[in-house]
Design a protein around this ligand. Structure first.
Ligand SMILES: [Zn+2]
Length: 376
């Protein structure tokens, strides 16, 4: 389905910053201290206590589930200027440097990466640390703090290195790629733990739940239906700001109203019955919402008429540089075009209003010094 066939939708407010797909319910209720390491699933949001690992200006969103070239991203990228200090997120011991556990061969050619095994058995990974002589992109420097060696014990907040663009980030904006593993080696999503480390509550980041049952159920779903498909439908509608009433798996009048509102928004007949066409719209929005970050150098070009989570993210970034885009609603309309053109003009770029490789690179560069509150 063409992603651009939504011009004319004026009311959609559905796609918001930080949309992610397939997210398990937040596990926080199960993770009051002390952490016993039990039973996390891949990607669980945890409330593990962290020291925020970047000290300085940075920004990030929830990129755990972002589609990247090698699969799901399963980490958080903390975008920051090169040489921004990186500190240990928790007390622990340095167990890997540049993927080596051999103090006589620290793989200098693979600089610069550090792994800390926390005293409680958790583990944090710090990837793409600086490898450049300041002011260059020469790959000749060592961005791991001189005090850090294999076996070094660090306290939370201790300096371990500096932000850079080493490894596979050579052609992206510098950032710290931060991964968190529980004591059983399960990769969890540190996003909310990072927010908490900043003193921010988890706020306003919408998650689309699993929609597989909804999409795989054949037949019409309408008033009177009940079950998992209906519950998933309700979760989807709620995430996209169509109040379906209680998420109870029962298709009643409020769910009917929400389905009709959604159908109107996506230019379908608003009959309140979920058939193949409505399912296709659900699938499309979920797919768009789970796209890679707008700053992904290999991301799609965005232009007037584009729709999706990456557009909402772009709008948030344009706002962060002081441009007026109206609501960050995920719709690339004329106001967003005007803002992109203004940004291009101010940065010596071809002023075509299209966000391609050059514009996204410049946006990333400009924003390295601009914190972005993704939940504002
Ligand atoms: Zn990353």
């Amino acid at each position: 389905m063409p992603p651009n066939r939504v011009s004319g939708r004026t009311t959609i407010t559905a796609v918001v910053l930080g949309l992610v797909v397939g997210m398990a319910a937040p596990a926080s209720a199960n993770h009051e201290a002390p952490f016993d390491g039990s039973a996390h699933a891949y990607g669980d949001m945890v409330d593990y206590p962290l020291a925020f690992p970047v000290v300085g200006s940075y920004w990030y969103e929830d990129w755990f589930w972002a589609a990247r070239g090698v699969g799901e991203h399963h980490a958080q990228d903390l975008m920051a200027a090169k040489l921004t200090p990186v500190v240990a997120a928790a007390a622990g011991t340095v167990t890997w440097i540049n993927w080596s556990q051999d103090p006589n061969d620290l793989n200098p050619e693979r600089c610069c990466t550090v792994v800390i095994t926390h005293d409680d058995g958790w583990e944090s990974w710090y990837i793409h640390l600086n490898n450049d002589t300041p002011g260059t992109d020469d790959g000749l420097a060592w961005g791991i703090a001189p005090e850090i060696a294999l076996g070094t014990h660090v306290a939370a907040g201790d300096l371990i290195g500096w932000v850079g663009d080493s490894g596979s980030a050579e052609n992206t904006g510098p950032h710290l790629h931060f991964e968190l593993y529980d004591p059983e080696g399960v990769l969890v999503n540190p996003h909310d733990a990072l927010l908490a480390a900043e003193g921010r509550a988890h706020c306003g980041i919408t998650r689309v739940g699993d929609v597989t049952t909804l999409l795989s159920t054949s037949g019409l779903i309408k008033v009177g239906a009940a079950g998992d498909a209906v519950r998933q439908l309700q979760e989807f509608l709620a995430a996209f700001r169509h109040a379906p009433g209680p998420i109870d798996g029962i298709f009643g009048s409020r769910t009917l109203g929400a389905v009709r509102g959604f159908q109107t928004e996506v230019s379908l007949a608003s009959d309140g019955v979920v058939g193949s066409m409505t399912r296709a719209e659900v699938a499309e929005l979920v797919a768009l919402a789970s796209r890679a970050s707008v700053l992904d150098p290999d991301g799609r070009s965005l232009r007037q008429g584009s729709l999706g989570g990456d557009v909402a993210e772009l709008q948030g970034l344009l706002k962060a540089v002081g441009l007026d885009v109206g609501a960050a609603d995920g719709i690339f309309g004329s106001k967003t075009t005007a803002a992109v053109r203004a940004f291009q003009n101010a940065n010596g770029l071809f002023m075509d209003g299209v966000v391609g490789r050059a514009t996204r690179a410049r946006l990333a560069a400009v924003l390295h010094l601009t914190p972005l509150v993704s939940c504002s």
